[in-house]
Design a protein around this ligand. Sequence first.
Ligand SMILES: O=C(O)[C@H](O)[C@@H](O)[C@H](O)[C@H](O)COP(=O)(O)O
Length: 261
Amino acid sequence: MSAPAVIVHPDAGLLAKAAAARIVTRLVDAQAARGSASIVLTGGGIGIAVLAELAKAPARDAVDWGALDVWWGDERYLPEGDPERNETQAREALLDGVGLDPARVHAMPAPGGPDGGSPEAGAERYAEALRAAARPGDPLGVPAFDVCLLGVGPDTHVASLFPEQPALYEEERSVVAVHGAPKPPPTRVSLTLPAIRSAAEVWLLASGEAKAEAVRLALAPEAGPVQVPAAGARGRSRTLFLLDRAAASRLPEGLTAPGLL
Ligand SMILES: O=C(O)[C@H](O)[C@@H](O)[C@H](O)[C@H](O)COP(=O)(O)O
């Protein structure tokens, strides 16, 4: 697992724009090398704001959208089209405006689909889709995502992995159902930490004072992933904390480039 690097932008708007530009470069590089790319999206304020900025990015269409696989790190287990679903918000912010191959947009399950309303069955079906997309040698039968985006909750959750919850102890499965999530809605489907760690790069996004303590904890050397899930979210080759000044305001001096705080 890669040691995290911290990049601080002056405010949330610039953070979203800079992260969007970084996604373009990352996906273009991956497609130049392999002919295709894969990204894991996240929900939440800054996660969706980044997609909205990506939709407006001048170099947006340098990405070959038809050769991109889109996955989700988690989903709120709500009916298809529900405005609170991460997928709905991502489609509105970006996905429905670019030339993706619908077969390569891998939405997480919803009630009323083929899973008989069971998030557990839905999680298993998503794990199956990941296995089908994995290449020989990909860890855990999960594709080695080029980039996995993760918002960070004020309690240090990432995806729908909340502190001290059973999902954090999962070492075998790549996708689990989550019940009783402290952030509504209570029922969700989430990648597990091992699945997140199969990503080549993991980018944790956080903006605002309310995330400063969570970011500090996530970067503290003694933090364990069960108490601090964001501390367990690391990429195989790179981990970035992409922050605005407010979210970085409780970091020790040495962790951020001078002059950015
Ligand atoms: O379903 C969700 O809500 C997200 O996937 C969740 O993991 C989110 O990224 C964090 O809670 C941060 O959300 P905010 O950026 O809105 O604080």
